[in-house]
Write a protein that binds this ligand. Structure first.
Ligand code: NAI
Length: 396
């Protein structure tokens, strides 16, 4: 079939298998160009199909030569209907891993469920014996609690008062005011259940109980802090409470891994265009200003540059992992540089529909958004027939 982008708000209903393959290949090439990293060799990535999780899987496999097990929740294709992009990404990743002689298996299902955890446990037992690194990179709007069966929904709301600020519709470039009503306690609690650290701790407990964590095993989850302009809706909003919980959970997990000399970290990453971040009001305008400034300074990074740097300059340097006063790894250091943030704050007050194309990087935002779904890549003939029925080879 001929596959074209079909946009609906902040999602795209179609994905291009060839473009997704191109996306994965480009990330692999980048990691290889940076040279080998002396890192973990048996890696589990929960949330492995897009964004930071995919970049982590690629960095582990093609930077460290690791065997990887990837868990994700993606839609396979049906005749005449494309898969979700993470499916095609994972199909391409497995193909490249196989060509490189690297072990790679994927499990497609709900990572919050007991069933998927068991499938992962069985796979590790059968194939790898133990795991050295667990990357936890889920971004989900909902979680069915495995003990109660209750479906919790996360929300992106301010706490304590209505938040009004600028935002942009990145498809049209229209800058407008958005007002978001404050959360009630139930919204906060639900968001913490979905995006906080409880499920991360469950994964680590289950893996440890089954004796599947190697001595010195490490686990990392991803967090975000960001600037003052997004604080009310992000770090001091419902999602920020979940991130506070996730960050606190790192200490609990580290405690529980003491006897195997294991350690849990949270890495604070840079704001990037992913399916998760596009859904948050205000963030797309911030990102389009940020991209412009970081590109002008030669310090712009995508997910793969971020995670390659996390591995090579934070985790696997042969020295102690550097952390901030709260114990977090900071790979958002270039985003949070004083000069970068001062410039964003200045442009933020000026940004309008009329001047955004000049002062912000809206084309860069749109390009990244299209790329998420496998569109907008040079070297892919989008007018040609493409086979939508691409399969992930390790999934029957
Ligand atoms: P993403 O939307 O690109 O990836 C989410 C991954 O989770 C996908 O692999 C998806 O299949 C998987 N997933 C979602 N629900 C699942 C479920 N129920 N079972 C199994 N897999 C499931 O998201 P992104 O942006 O890479 O986010 C990953 C982490 O990084 C999140 O914790 C996010 O808060 C954090 N982060 C994101 C930043 C950004 O700007 N995008 C910045 C800093 C941190």
């Amino acid at each position: 079939m001929i596959i074209e982008p079909r946009m609906r708000g902040f999602i795209c209903l179609t994905a291009h298998p060839k473009g997704c393959e191109q996306n994965v290949k480009k990330q692999i090439e980048y990691v290889k160009s940076k040279g080998p990293i002396d890192g973990a060799k048996r890696v589990l990535v929960v949330g492995a199909s897009t964004g930071f999780g995919l970049a982590s899987r690629i960095s582990s496999a093609f930077g460290c030569g690791a065997s990887t097990i990837g868990v994700f929740f993606e839609k396979p294709p049906t005749e005449g209907k494309t898969a979700s992009p993470g499916w095609y990404n994972s199909a391409a990743f497995e193909k490249e891993a196989q060509n490189a002689g690297l072990y790679a298996k994927s499990i497609n299902g709900d990572a919050f469920s007991k069933d998927v955890k068991q499938q992962v446990i069985d796979t590790i037992k059968a194939d790898l014996g133990q795991i050295d690194l667990v990357i936890y990179s889920l971004a989900s709007p909902v979680r069915m609690h495995p003990d109660t069966g209750v479906l919790h929904r996360s929300s992106l709301k301010p706490i304590g008062g209505t938040f009004t600020n600028k935002t942009v519709d990145f498809h049209t470039g229209l800058v407008s005011q958005v007002s978001i009503e404050p959360a009630v306690q139930e919204d906060i609690d639900n968001t913490v259940v979905v995006m906080g650290g409880e499920d991360w701790a469950m994964w680590m407990n289950d893996l440890k109980a089954a004796n599947l964590l190697a001595p010195g095993a490490t686990t990392i989850a991803y967090s975000y802090i960001g600037p003052a302009v997004t604080e009310a809706v992000y770090r001091k909003g419902t999602i920020g409470r979940a991130k506070d919980h996730l960050e606190a959970t790192a200490f609990t997990i580290t405690d529980s891994l003491k006897d195997i000399n294991g350690k849990a970290f949270v890495s604070v990453n840079k704001a990037l265009v992913t399916q998760a971040s596009s859904a948050i009001p205000v963030i797309p305008l911030y990102i389009s200003l940020l991209y412009k400034i970081m590109k002008a300074n030669g310090i712009h990074e995508g997910c793969i540059e971020q995670i390659q740097r996390l591995y090579s300059q934070r985790l696997y340097t042969g020295k102690e992992v550097p952390t901030d006063s709260e114990g977090r790894i900071r790979i958002d250091d270039w985003e949070m540089r004083d000069d970068v943030q001062a410039k964003v704050a200045e442009l933020w007050t000026k940004a309008t529909t009329e001047n955004l194309s000049e002062i912000g990087d809206l084309p860069g935002y749109k390009q990244d958004f299209l790329n998420l779904f496998g569109f907008g890549f040079d070297g892919v003939d989008y007018d040609a027939e493409a086979d939508e029925m691409v399969l992930v080879s390790s999934i029957e």
